[in-house]
Design a protein around this ligand. Structure first.
Ligand SMILES: [Zn+2]
Ligand SMILES: [Zn+2]
Length: 98
């Protein structure tokens, strides 16, 4: 669209009758067409929200940092690396996300 900007600064050509209008004109002085580009909404880049795909949120319903043993369902404290009841490893510590 660079062609429109070869004219004196701010002036614009009517896209209907091709008349050159002044910058302060919001409509074509000849045919009353709107100034091109004045009312065109900028197309927002469509950012598709990534749906889900995150960790299983069930693990985060508990007090912050605590975790539930997958084997015996005992709730353990955040600092516990193993289940206090059955010694199972804290889920999520291994790179095993299923
Ligand atoms: Zn015009
Ligand atoms: Zn356990």
């Amino acid at each position: 669209f660079g062609d429109k900007f070869k004219q004196p600064k701010g002036s614009w050509n009517c896209s209907v009758c091709l008349l050159q209008n002044k910058a302060e004109d919001s409509k074509c002085v000849a045919c009353q067409s709107e100034k091109p580009g004045s009312s065109v909404p900028v197309t927002s880049s469509s950012v598709s929200a990534s749906s889900g795909g995150f960790l299983d949120l069930d693990k985060f319903k508990m007090p912050e940092g605590s975790w539930q043993c997958e084997a015996c369902l005992v709730q353990n404290k955040a600092e516990a690396a193993k289940c206090i009841a059955c010694d199972s490893a804290k889920p999520g510590t291994k790179a095993e996300l299923k």
